[in-house]
Design a protein around this ligand. Structure first.
Ligand code: COA
Length: 228
């Protein structure tokens, strides 16, 4: 397998973990790290570093290069994907070799699956979703676009964590339950009933503790090669 050049957007803690998943999987090699914390472009040990603007230049120069947004916060990740506005055909997905993904489980563009994660038959992992270390997506469970399953969290069979939902570290969702769009399920929570869209729920059993101010409209990927 030839390792494709990869541009990783985001140089924070999650970005470093995503780069390690890339290294371990061998599917890609690091071409560049872009982040607006860099005010100008530079090169170190064969890797380019620079502001987000550098992404377009590199993708234009390198027809084989792919990109991924490696920012853990779901809303920030979506905002970056929309700002990039490139369509998803050159968007990489990354799966650590120590993850166990059943054959036929789709892993959407921009999604990343960390070591020790499991996705069983019929599971679906949406675009730009994160399945963090040791998390479980049981059979027929769905992780929507921009959703994030934190370390050691579990979605039981037939559950849904809808677009942008954040399932906190060690939280559980029992069979058939839906976690609504952009809702947050607190660390260690047990969701035994549906959680509506746009709320923060916590505890065992999980109860709503507050509502989010506003929800973004449903995600619609940019058309291929799109730009703004
Ligand atoms: C649930 C959560 C989002 C709430 O954050 P918040 O809105 O800032 O809420 P606060 O910290 O102000 O807490 C509000 C109340 O909820 C309680 N609470 C907060 N998190 C809780 C949790 N995980 N379980 C049970 N109760 C919780 C607090 O004790 C507080 O109760 P009180 O009003 O009786 O004092 C946050 O605590 C949490 O669990 N985040 C998950 C983080 C995570 O797993 N990250 C993984 C990164 S990979």
């Amino acid at each position: 397998m030839t390792a494709r050049p990869l541009i990783v957007v985001g140089d924070g803690g999650h970005g470093r973990v995503v780069r390690e998943v890339m290294r371990a999987s061998g599917s890609h090699r690091l071409l560049a790290v872009v982040d607006d914390r860099y005010t100008e472009a530079g090169e170190r040990d064969g890797v380019y570093y620079g502001p987000l603007l550098l992404l377009r230049t590199l993708l234009a120069d390198r027809a084989d290069a792919e990109w991924i947004v490696a920012v853990g916060d779901n809303a920030a990740r979506r905002a970056l994907v929309e700002r990039i506005g490139m369509g998803e055909e050159r968007c990489a997905s990354l799966v650590h070799p120590a993850a166990c993904i059943a054959p036929g489980v789709p892993v959407g563009p921009g999604a990343v699956v960390m070591p020790g994660a499991v996705a069983n038959p019929g599971a679906r992992i949406g675009a730009h979703a994160i399945v963090n270390s040791g998390a479980v997506v049981e059979h027929d469970a769905e992780l929507g676009p921009f959703a994030h399953l934190s370390p050691n969290a579990a979605l039981a069979g037939g559950t849904v964590a809808d677009e942008g939902a954040h399932i906190g570290i060690g939280a559980s969702v029992i069979p058939g339950v839906r976690i609504g769009r952009w809702s947050v399920l607190g660390a260690g929570a047990a969701a035994i009933r549906d959680v509506p869209d746009g709320v923060v729920a916590a505890g065992v059993p999980a109860r709503t503790i507050r509502r989010l101010a506003e929800l973004p409209p449903p995600y619609a990927p940019q058309p291929a090669g799109g730009g703004r």
